[in-house]
Write a new protein. Sequence first.
Length: 287
Amino acid sequence: MGVTDCHVHINPLWEMLPEVRARMDTRGAAGEIDGYLRDPAAFLAYLDRCGVERAVLVNYVSPRVVGYTERANDFVLDYCRGRADRLVAVGGVLPEGPDPAGAVERLHRSGLKALKIHPPHQLFEPNAYLHGNRGLRELYVAAERLAMPVIFHTGTSVFPGARSRFGQPLLVEDVAIDFPRLPIVLAHGGRPFWMGEAVFLARRFPNVYLEVSSVPPPRLLDYFPELARLSEKVLFGSDWPGPGVRDIGENLRAFRALPLPPEALEQILVENPRKVFPPPAAPPTGG
């Protein structure tokens, strides 16, 4: 198969605040989300049915807006343990903690492959290190040194308490300039207000990738008419089971139905995700 879904929410939903959990879409063909959370083998079987080889499991820390604590990191590390060939563990570190850089390094040693920054849910701007947030700078420095991708939520959020203005993609420009070796992923492509900004950043910076999860695939070419020309910088993602995303397989089929050249589909679905989230190296064969 080779396809990677670069944005899946296998999260500890029991930590979610009730008013936030009510916004999650857990119906449809994949309605057994609670069962999948407790049984990685069942989730992998679901990915098989959807035609997906790997999934990037996007977790983060947002105790005030969503309810997720640092235990989300423990959850995703345990969930992905022994399954790194198919599941990519993503977690988060709050910059106001006592040692953000040390926390990033410990999580990296434990198997975390990428970090998620969700400005509308964490209530700070991506470039807040320019205005006194020293912990955020330390976080980026550590991630750049370790070559850990940082996934930024860009665009709006409908969850109660979220501050959507922090999701403007152009705020990530400073990060791309100041940390040029840091792999950066712009989740959701700035939808629905700032698509042009997200495209601009992906075109301008070699280390910035555009990820198109949560945008309905039939509308992608309306929002990103030059998607084929930008295909070497684009990542496929579903945002399942986020609002309006009922099934990964259905989302993937709709994406494949877009009038894109086969080489562009291969880049977006297979090649680019392997660059940004490299699979584990195969063990050497005996001679």
